[in-house]
Design a protein around this ligand. Structure first.
Ligand SMILES: Cc1cc2nc3c(=O)[nH]c(=O)nc-3n(C[C@H](O)[C@H](O)[C@H](O)COP(=O)(O)OP(=O)(O)OC[C@H]3O[C@@H](n4cnc5c(N)ncnc54)[C@H](O)[C@@H]3O)c2cc1C
Length: 318
């Protein structure tokens, strides 16, 4: 019987977090395999902003460069497919892909990202990442000084509208939801935010450009960009299959991890948007670097919480 492919580490998700983590493992010389289905969260945007040394680069170009860097290491394997099933097998893990391969690894690094759940507003989906935006730090500069809007999608939206008023004149679309309390209303007034209470029916303009937001009462409010802090869900249920615990983040569930990026299942590490409260490619990459280094060290030292305890006891006794 042919032996099953076996790796020290299997990385599920090959984008900012996964490739950054895999690089640390690759550079230790350990065999590492990256599974990726090629759907990074920011694929809708033509340009990615704010990344160290690569401001304005196309998202897929950044990822292609990181893959090319990793491909130079002979101990790295890429599989362009989706991980569908994962389970623990004694002290290791078994992962099945959408192509039917079964792989084995001592440790897993989950870096499969999240999916944005967009509200059901006509014309929104086709403008996502272009004129319907999630984050002013990523895409606000390009519309600075223009007429901006924030769509109310939950508690985060009042925070977002107060923030975005730094980028330009802003209208808060309550979209039929109750108005904020008096304290927040006073802050909104202080920041010059206009409020529209009615339901938003359509985003209009020569898509993906935006000319304005049509309200249920028929009025068109002219806008250059509409921001919204969408709800998110995990891009895969692999962590659920393995029994990893979750916690509630500001926009949806996150994987619970310890200070060494290990999930509640020993040997399963996680990085990137699935563990972070702020979604940002730089932060996902940095998170992946740390998770990859921790995963590698756990191959030598075993569970790192013991190391953490030693370190904190030492710090306490110094
Ligand atoms: C529209 C938009 C624009 C953005 N613009 C910016 C910006 O300008 N600057 C910035 O810093 N941040 C930006 N972000 C945030 C940024 O996209 C994320 O923070 C970043 O992509 C997170 O990286 P990640 O590696 O955690 O996940 P992702 O980049 O989402 O990558 C996850 C990878 O895992 C793969 N995958 C999923 N499930 C599986 C599976 N079961 N098996 C194998 N592979 C799987 C996916 O296909 C994908 O390739 C933007 C986000 C959005 C929504």
């Amino acid at each position: 019987m042919p032996s099953k492919p076996s790796f020290d580490a299997l990385v599920i998700g090959g984008s900012y977090a996964g490739l950054s983590g895999a690089m640390q493992i690759a550079r230790s010389g350990r065999p590492v395999c990256i599974l990726d289905s090629g759907q990074p969260r920011n694929r809708f945007a033509a340009h990615s902003h704010g990344f160290f040394g690569q401001d304005g680069q196309a998202p897929r170009q950044m990822i292609a460069q990181a893959r090319a860097d990793l491909a130079r290491y002979p101990n790295v394997t890429f599989l362009d497919t989706r991980a569908t099933i994962a389970s623990r097998e004694d002290d290791s893990f078994s992962v099945t892909t959408a192509r039917g391969e079964t792989l084995h690894a001592q440790k897993l690094l989950l870096a499969y990202g999240v999916v944005d759940i967009l509200p059901d507003v006509s014309g929104l989906e086709e403008r996502w990442g272009i004129t319907a935006l999630h984050c002013p730090y990523c895409h606000g500069y390009e519309v600075k000084g223009e007429q901006l809007g924030v769509l109310n999608v939950g508690p985060l939206s009042t925070h977002q509208v107060l923030l975005i008023s730094d980028w330009g004149p802003v209208t808060f679309f309550l979209n039929g939801q109750p108005p904020p309390d008096d304290v927040i209303l006073a802050k909104l007034t202080e920041r010059g935010v206009k409020i529209e209470t009615g339901l938003v029916t359509t985003l209009e303009g020569d898509s993906p450009a935006l000319s304005g937001v049509r309200l249920e009462d028929g009025r068109l409010i002219p806008l250059a960009a509409l921001f919204l802090g969408s709800r998110i869900r995990f891009a895969s249920d692999i962590a659920g299959q393995l029994g990893c615990a979750t916690e509630e983040g500001m926009q949806g569930p996150l994987l619970a991890v310890d200070m060494f990026k290990q999930t509640t299942v020993p040997g399963v590490y996680a990085a990137g948007d699935i563990t972070l409260r702020m979604s940002n490619a730089s932060m996902a990459a940095a998170d992946g670097v740390f998770a990859g280094a921790c995963l590698h060290q756990s191959l030598i030292f075993g569970p790192l919480e013991a190391l953490g305890k030693d370190v904190s006891e030492k710090v306490a006794s110094d």
